[in-house]
Write a protein of this length. Structure first.
Lengths: 497, 413
């Protein structure tokens, strides 16, 4: 399928998400669309898939101008999309998810099942049509999404950041699948901001910045550096450590930590871990292997079923979250909307949260709005939080600015330990560099830092030491100076290390 | 229409469990009946009363299931049932029994339409809209009854009687034989015979319709593309939208059907459970229907089983001089809870197991300490049972993932 987008424009109240977007997709090729978060890639994809209607511009498919009122129109002419956040119903089976909306093709019964089996075989997908989607892992869910698209006979397949949730081995499996698809004459539109992957898989590259396409590149000749400069309009930051500040004074010690769920599953199993002053310890692992629980146990959000946690020579195993925070633990949570900020509170009130017992922002049982506002102003200035004022609600800020504000708040009140859980998830490159700086500065100031991340480059670049967590156990240790993402990925999935 | 060769795994597992549980329940009931010598526990009369009490709850529960499977919480079932009672009385009085049933369906669907417009088109919170419909339904029925029934023969400002109702059937041979066997009070055999007699003697056609709707609901929702689409709206409407499903349309259809089922439940109250209409006849059964839907795990057969249980409690509360019978039921409940506690404890949920066991022991002590339960208390049985059952069982239940959540088109991805 030959698809041309010309002069696409899309406005939302207050923002221009896309303008003057031009894109040409050849049949039988992988076309990569790259750009930072917020560059307008996802909006463009929703327009191409008919989820949203453009305010201007034309879509030409095989020489014919098209208008999509809904995804149904896009599906009808052979466009399929795999969303970044999977569009699957957990409580339905694989088969039900696949045939939903396409019941007219082969019904919902035996014929559809054999059709699904056939596609699975053709592309080497290992999926049981009758398994509940709730029981599947991330990579398998992604295959269900691709299966959905193939079942409808799509000739253009859009993949929105498909590798964001995969470990390196799974990425390779996905790429093999994509090559098979292209070989059978289909086109793939691959959206990403990971340049290595783009250079590896793409036949054509188009770069987006601030809502518009700024150029194309040939993957055979382009370098990462050139692409990065096109993407951000400046040089790409990288996570790196400066001088060695590691001491041998332990600040956080976990010994034999175990956690059993209500149903008897071992979520954490005999975890031993030490973080020293001036040291960043990175935890690598596929999501859902106990990282969340580890953080919750340290923060006192859940109580360990066995073992002891020591913070600066004090036993904090049984302390409440507030007491743990009062002892000087800063916490950047993995989901800032669930744990980090109250979205509808202004920034100065968010400044108080987590510090309800600290003198600067409270006065005995009362709040100290003046002090909180002044201190929020300080954070906004020191941490470069882009906001009109301290009275703005947190919701109005971009993800990166929310995160910078959280980092600033957590670094207030002289902490001794920083727990950073996915600190740069969902933030743009600029904020990412700033947050890396702040973590480095915390290390320089003698804090211990426990860093949990799914971004292997970040882990390898920032950590002094790397620990791998697998099924609730620490299974491997690495020196970040001598480890590759590939080796780390192998250890994370429990392969032969 | 293609029929699935094998049922989905969830359904298969469910059937297996239901069968085992039913068998255990029957044996336990029979044992307690023999032990306490409280024969009224399983006479055909009691069971027939239980079935009649169960049907309105069943219909309300099925109605709730339709709406929630499409992602809309319909707490307005009570109000829609009320509208149904009036619709049944009005149309049956003027046009005959089956016109009354149709009228109840329409009135209920009207209440459903109101809920659909509020929640789906205008995005009103489902609970608020539902509560408003319950209050408005009560007011509307009071007004309608006063306006249309006051001057009728057999009518008054708050009631109406003397209209036609759907026929009752008795299956000749089986009914008499089962009645005879159940009179012998043999262990187990007589109890089962009583159940058979209960469903073969003076059985209303509406009862048959209600039970048939269970099967119809299960078939439509799980075996047809229409049902798949409707359920997908309750699980992940954004995903459904990206696959070309018109989510609004399915939600509207589901809530209309939901209201119609609740209206039919109202018709049952006004035509089978009693043969006259009074305002406020539902008396909270819409809410109990909602509870039976939850306890039935949003599953048609589950709703059937749980509404039979609630219906039994409701039926018993209607019997005269039921103190000793409720007293005997304390022993039954205590035994069932002990079994449940054992299952929980062995399954690793020790705290739950111990708490439930303590409740069971408390009931047992109560049973041993007194001879009869005061009449004031017996009327509360169905409601207390509702609270109790939900408190104990709510941990294992799983509602449709997107039920009660607002949905707007164009937000996928």
């Amino acid at each position: 399928m030959h698809v041309e987008l010309r002069g696409i424009e899309k406005r939302f109240p207050g923002v221009v998400a896309n303008h003057d977007v031009d894109l040409t997709i050849r049949p039988g090729a992988v076309h990569a669309l790259i750009g930072e978060n917020g560059a307008g890639k996802s909006t463009l994809m929703k327009i191409l898939y008919g989820v949203q209607a453009p305010d201007g511009g034309t879509i030409v498919v095989d020489g014919e101008e098209r208008r999509f009122a809904s995804p149904t129109d896009a599906i009808d002419i052979g466009i399929g999309m795999v969303f970044q956040h999977f569009m699957l119903a957990d409580n339905l089976t694989v088969l039900e998810n696949v045939v939903l909306g396409a019941e007219k093709l082969h019904g919902i019964g035996e014929k559809a099942r054999s059709q699904v089996r056939e596609i699975c075989e053709a592309y080497g997908f290992d999926l049981d049509p009758d398994a509940l989607v709730a029981t599947l892992g991330v990579a398998a869910r992604q295959r269900v999404e691709i299966l959905k698209v193939l079942y409808r006979g799509a000739t253009l397949i859009i993949l929105d950041e498909p590798t964001a949730v995969l470990v390196p081995q799974e990425v390779q499996a996905l790429f093999a699948n994509l090559r098979d698809l292209v070989a059978s004459g289909r086109s793939v539109l691959f959206i990403s901001h990971k340049l290595d992957e783009v250079l590896e898989i793409a036949d054509d590259i188009t770069v987006m910045r601030r809502g518009t396409t700024v150029g194309t590149a040939d993957p055979r000749t382009a370098t990462k550096q050139e692409l990065a400069e096109l993407m951000v309009g400046a040089e790409l930051p990288s996570p790196e450590l400066g001088e060695d500040t590691v001491t041998d004074v332990p600040i956080l010690t976990l010994s034999g930590i175990g956690l059993t769920s209500d149903t008897g599953r071992r979520l954490l199993d005999d975890v031993d871990l030490t973080v020293h002053r001036g040291e960043i310890v990175g935890i690598a692992g596929v999501e859902g292997n106990g990282q969340t629980e580890l953080v919750e146990v340290i923060m006192g959000m859940r109580r360990a079923t066995s073992g002891a946690i020591t913070l600066a020579e004090e036993d904090i195993t049984r302390l409440s979250t507030r007491k743990v925070r009062e002892r000087g633990v800063g916490f950047i949570p993995e989901d800032r909307h669930r744990h980090g900020v109250v979205l509808d509170f202004p920034l100065w009130e968010n400044r108080i949260l987590g510090h309800q017992t600290t003198r600067r922002v409270t006065r005995g049982p009362l709040l100290n709005p003046g002090g909180a506002r002044a201190d929020a102003e300080r954070i906004i200035a020191d941490y470069d939080v882009r906001t009109p004022s301290v009275h703005t609600s947190a919701r109005a800020l971009s993800g990166g600015n929310q995160q910078k504000f959280i980092v600033g708040r957590e670094m207030s009140g002289e902490p001794v330990l920083l727990l950073a859980s996915h600190p740069t998830r969902g933030v743009d490159v600029g904020a990412q560099a700033a947050i890396w700086d702040h973590i480095r500065r915390a290390r320089h100031d003698g804090l211990g830092v426990l860093l949990i991340s799914a971004d292997l480059d970040e882990l390898i670049g920032l950590s002094d030491r790397l620990e791998v967590i697998l099924r609730g156990r620490i299974t491997a240790h690495f020196d970040p100076d001598h480890v590759t993402a590939q080796e780390l990925g192998t250890a994370m999935t429990g392969g032969a290390a | 229409m293609t029929i699935l060769a094998s049922a989905p795994p969830a359904v298969r597992q469910y059937r297996h469990l239901t069968l085992l549980l039913a068998l255990a329940a029957v044996v336990t009931v029979s044992l307690v009946r023999v032990f306490t010598d409280e024969s009224r526990m399983t006479t055909p009369g009691t069971l027939r009363l239980a079935l009649i009490a169960a049907c309105p709850i069943l219909l309300a529960g099925l109605g709730g299931l339709w709406a929630e499977r499409a992602g809309v919480v319909n707490i307005g079932l009570e109000g829609q049932m009320l509208l149904g009672t009036w619709g049944a009385a009005f149309f049956a009085y003027h046009f005959g029994a089956w016109a009354g049933v149709l009228g109840a369906l329409l009135m209920g669907a009207l209440g459903g339409l109101l809920h659909a417009v509020a929640t789906i088109t205008f995005g009103v919170d489902h609970i608020i809209s539902g509560v408003a419909i319950n209050i408005a339904g009560l007011g509307a029925v009071g007004y309608l009854a006063q306006t249309f029934f006051t001057d009728l023969d057999g009518g008054g400002p708050r009631n109406l009687s003397g209209y036609a109702v759907p026929a009752q059937i008795t299956i000749p041979g089986i009914s008499d034989a089962a009645l005879w066997v159940s009179d012998q009070r043999w262990f187990l055999v007589s109890d089962i015979a009583a159940a058979v007699a209960g469903v073969t003697t003076r059985l209303s056609l509406l009862t048959i319709l209600a039970v048939a709707l269970v099967a119809l609901t299960a078939w439509v929702l799980w075996r047809t593309p229409f049902g798949l689409r409707l359920r997908s709206c309750g699980e992940n409407p954004q995903a459904a939208e990206t696959l070309g499903v018109n989510v609004y349309r399915y939600k509207y259809i589901a809530v209309l059907i939901s209201g119609a089922f609740a209206g039919l439940g109202g018709a049952y109250l006004a035509m089978v459970a009693s043969s006259s209409f009074t305002t406020g006849q539902t008396n909270g059964r819409g809410y109990i229907g909602l509870a039976s839907m939850i306890f039935g795990n949003w599953n048609p057969t589950g709703v059937l089983a749980s509404s039979l249980m609630f219906g039994y409690a409701d039926g018993v509360s209607l019997l005269s001089d039921n103190g000793p019978l409720v007293h005997a039921l304390l022993l039954l409940l205590s035994l069932i809870l002990l079994g449940y506690a054992a299952v929980k404890y062995l399954g690793g949920e020790r705290v739950t197991g111990i708490v439930v066991a303590l409740i069971a022991v408390a009931l047992l002590v109560w049973y041993l300490a007194v001879d009869s339960v005061p009449a004031d208390f017996t009327g509360m049985t169905p409601y207390l049972l509702t609270l109790f059952v939900l408190a104990v069982a709510s941990q294992r239940l799983r509602m449709p993932a997107a039920s009660g959540k607002p949905y707007r088109r164009g937000q996928a991805g």
